[in-house]
Design a protein around this ligand. Structure first.
Ligand SMILES: *Cc1c(COP(=O)(O)O)cnc(C)c1O
Length: 443
């Protein structure tokens, strides 16, 4: 197992832009200290290339890491492609996705700092269950605001959180000012990650004892940092396969963390001259990188977070309730955003129907049932493998199998019974949503 995480900040051709406070000036670490513990803030602002993984964290990760690197030989045969398709199987973690890779270190650093309780949000329920799992192991209380639509569609994710001892409530809720405000205006809202983040941050910073902090499952630099263990392991494992460095690296993107995890160690190679095509794949219903603006915007709906430099659809954007709940976020990690801006990546957007079709092809060849989020990566893998066939090139494709879909069967059921439709974000909705940030500081 790798002993250090890789920090892309050290190698980007241009320095990262700082997050800004409400006054338009860069935030200093002190201002974030009510939200995150200082040891994680230090990671957030670090520009060191390699950061040691504490031994106690490795001890916990050994439960499922290193995750297998597998070759998708049955899919290759089915597609009759000369491409070699490899994937990191992050679905083998206790929570069923890559998310515990950062939940564990975040819980550990909070505990180390003397924090007693973590408050967080969850979209599809993956992050909430990962955080519940991690808090239970290190001995922290855990409360999760879960986006209403997923709370209703995925009741078993809530049960998982309860099994690991966490408290889970539907967002928007009546427990916070942010939640009550939204419910007054939109009583029937399906909720959104942006709203749930507002609620969780509010509860964490309002704790008068000062012993609660907030935790985010994606987007921020330290989260992406923790996920790089995926790509670092993959590099070592490809060597064991006697395989060359990949020609193509693919991951689905919501906030950008699993993609960054597999891709950043290869972005390092690309910056140093390797010819690699690195593809983040997002849903057409929530196309932050392919159609959003690269601008300063809030990470949440109520505007409690600093302004982040990122691709965004506007912080008021409430995506249509597609089934890939984990990809329904208005923004994109600043690190991924900047890497796209620097020309290091080639983002693509896929429709949910095409993704479910790819998920079925996968299940009927490789056998496993993927998360609806992961199906976006698989749809792109299939396209690239067919392209390699047309070009008669033996390309090596690596992708991240971010999670299993065994608690997402409702979406599959809707697809199989023909109840899902194609949906791209209408241009007018995008324009309207971007209005909300037009007076923000410009990049
Ligand atoms: C949360 C989640 C995602 C999306 O989040 P990222 O931060 O973009 O990785 C993708 N796949 C699965 C299985 C998830 O749980």
């Amino acid at each position: 197992m790798p002993r250090q995480w890789y920090n892309l900040v050290a190698d980007l051709p241009h320095p990262m832009l700082p997050p800004l406070g409400p006054d338009g000036k860069p935030v200093n670490p002190e201002m974030l200290s009510k939200v995150f513990p200082m040891n994680l803030i230090e990671q957030e602002v670090s520009s060191k290339r390699w950061i040691d993984i504490p031994e106690e964290i490795l001890e916990i990760l050994y439960r499922w890491r290193p995750t297998p690197l597998k070759r998708a030989v049955y899919l290759e045969k089915f597609l009759n492609t000369p491409a070699h398709i490899y994937y990191k199987d992050e679905s083998v973690s206790p929570a069923g996705s890559h998310k515990p890779n950062t939940a564990v270190p975040q819980a550990w650093y909070n505990k180390k700092f003397g924090i007693k309780k973590i408050v967080t949000e969850t979209g599809a329920g993956q992050w909430g269950s990962a955080m519940a799992f991690a808090c239970n192991l290190v001995g922290l209380e855990c409360k999760v605001y879960m986006v209403r639509i997923s709370f209703d569609q995925k009741p078993f994710r809530k049960t998982m959180m309860q099994i690991w001892g966490a408290k889970c409530i539907a967002s928007p809720s009546n427990e916070t000012n942010a939640g009550r405000e939204i419910l007054k205006r939109m009583p029937d809202t399906p909720g959104s990650l942006g709203i749930a983040i507002s609620e969780a941050v509010e509860e964490a910073v309002m704790d008068s004892t000062g012993s609660s902090r907030y935790a985010l499952g994606s987007v921020l630099n330290h989260v992406l940092l923790h996920q790089t263990i995926i790509g670092l392991e993959a590099k070592k494992q490809l060597k064991l396969f006697n395989e060359k460095n990949p020609d193509i690296v693919i991951g689905c993107v919501g906030g950008g963390s699993n993609f960054a995890g597999i891709a950043f160690p290869f972005v390092y190679d690309k910056i140093n001259g390797s010819n690699i095509n690195i593809i983040p794949v997002e849903p057409k219903a929530c196309p932050s990188i392919t159609r959003g603006s690269f601008a300063y915007d809030f990470g949440d709906t109520a505007g409690m977070t600093p302004l982040l430099p990122m691709f965004t659809l506007g912080h008021n954007f409430i995506p249509k309730p597609i089934h890939a709940g984990g990809l329904r976020y208005h923004g994109m990690a600043p690190l991924v955003s900047q890497a796209v801006k620097e020309g290091l990546m080639e983002p693509k957007a896929y429709d949910q129907l095409k993704c479910y079709e790819a998920a079925l092809t996968w299940a009927r060849t490789e056998g496993t049932i993927c998360a609806p989020e992961t199906s976006h990566a698989i749809a792109c893998v299939i396209d690239e493998a067919l392209k390699a066939k047309n070009e008669a090139k033996e390309k090596t494709i690596l992708f991240n199998y971010s999670g299993h879909g065994l608690l997402d069967l409702k979406g599959y059921e809707n697809y199989l019974s023909g109840n899902l439709t194609e949906y791209s974000l209408p241009e007018n909705d995008l324009k309207e949503s971007l209005e909300s940030i037009k007076n923000f500081p410009k990049i």
